[in-house]
Write a protein that binds this ligand. Sequence first.
Ligand SMILES: [Zn+2]
Ligand SMILES: [Zn+2]
Length: 333
Amino acid sequence: MKAAVLGRPAPIGESPLTIQEVPDPIPGPGELLIRVRACGVCRSNLHMVQGEWMPGSPSHLPIIPGHEVVGEVVEVGSGADASRIGERVGVQPLWSTCGSCEHCLTGTEQRCRRRQITGETRDGGFAELMLADARFAFPIPNGLTDTEAAPLLCPGVTALGAVRKAAVSPGHRVGVLGIGGVGHMVIQFAALAGAEVTAITGTPANGALAREVGAHHVSSPASQGSALADGTQDSTIVFAPSAEAVAEAVRVTKPGGRIVLGVPAPIAPLDVGDEKVVLTTVLGSRSDVGQVLDLAARGLIRVVHRDYPLAEVNDVLGQLAAGNVRARAVLVP
Ligand SMILES: [Zn+2]
Ligand SMILES: [Zn+2]
């Protein structure tokens, strides 16, 4: 099969991914072999191929990145259900978890310390074929195209988790920073939960995207002029990886409000007298994936995306680094 292989992390300008002919993977016990039809391109992919992602990621080299995957089951390993051959499935960043720790047993399996991450500890979807754990391969509802379904598996699930942690209820004012793949979904989930949503961005194109997906207001951060007043938001959700974005979130959140961080960034000084709450959020459980797919199939949320051939993977990551990708880019092998 053809795959985009990371041999050695390097700046994206050096095209660290190479399109290679590699052996077809063979499904082991409980695994499915999937013919990939679409794979979303995540900012975390960019960080990983440049060698600036979390410790232990990737766990080994060479590796095939990509963790927002939709494809068709073409073969099953021993013990997996052969009737799934022909099924259209999705794979999320959580490739598998242990199934027996306190997190796995209490509905927060994304926190499992023995989790495997698609494209980081197991080969991912920047390829014609990939393996999935049958327990973590989700049926994709009819009515969604391959390329619109793929980003639901990472930005969609991540956004739902963030909005849940923000404890949104009807009429709440919610600020959103970082209007990209995840942020444009955060706006939709928050609005769906009844919030009055303000996108905080200094980039006019991102402001337009925010309005297109249902933001009620668009405001610039204080550093760029017309800004929200201090302490006006019940909660603020941050998917912009910068200290300035977090500081802006802390500023606009009211005393006692919540600041939800979905990206690593230094946390601004907090005034203990304000009793503001800072939470972090990552990915989501299998039941979260099911809920996101269901909401999308019912037309209640949608993905803004643009599709590219797999061979353009380095160029697409370069465009992402330059801030030129609107919402989500999706690769098609
Ligand atoms: Zn992702
Ligand atoms: Zn576990």
